[in-house]
Design a protein around this ligand. Sequence first.
Ligand SMILES: C[S@@+](CC[C@H](N)C(=O)[O-])C[C@H]1O[C@@H](n2cnc3c(N)ncnc32)[C@H](O)[C@@H]1O
Length: 197
Amino acid sequence: MKEVVMKSDLVPDVYEGGFEVWECTIDLLNYLHVHNDVVKSSSSVLDLGCGSGLLGICAKQMVPEGRVHFQDYNKEVISNFTVKNYHKNCGGHQSHHVEFLAGDWSRLSGKFSKYDLILSAETIYCIKSQEKVLRVLQDHLTDDGVAYFASKRHYFGVGGGLIDFQNLVQSSASLKCEVVWSCETGLFRDILKVSRC
Ligand SMILES: C[S@@+](CC[C@H](N)C(=O)[O-])C[C@H]1O[C@@H](n2cnc3c(N)ncnc32)[C@H](O)[C@@H]1O
């Protein structure tokens, strides 16, 4: 694992990039600081594909009594990065409302609960995984829950991106979505809000 991380940003199905802080995480953090009612009105939050865990940490800091679950593909990322960041930043907050989960989205259904806010950055870069993300939303958003995805519009050379995911969500009978923030300099990036129809 150490060798894989040193050699590459991301190796599909082996290491999914969790040891870096990717730029769309910063976009979503900035968005949540401006629109802090999004977090303040939520009592159960999932940081999906968390890596550093900054989104879940932000939620815990804004609502210390809230429940926050952190999920990453790699258990090494969870134990060596997410948990350490969490304790550095939220050490004083109650941790019995906090859980850390590792594994592929397709195998986590039994471990996730229902969330009224799902936060996720740089997780929809792969077309084949987008179906798994959609399933997580369908199964684990509460009836009036919302999810926010911060993503590049296209991931050149990888295949996925926000446009493809937006189309996938719109083709589902139970979910709707809208772009709530965009940046059109450099690599185009957006934030997509998803909720139930
Ligand atoms: C590029 S990293 C982004 C990490 C972090 N959200 C950020 O923006 O800094 C993509 C993350 O998506 C998650 N991921 C990707 N594919 C996954 C899969 N099939 N199952 C579970 N998690 C996956 C991994 O946890 C990985 O850390």
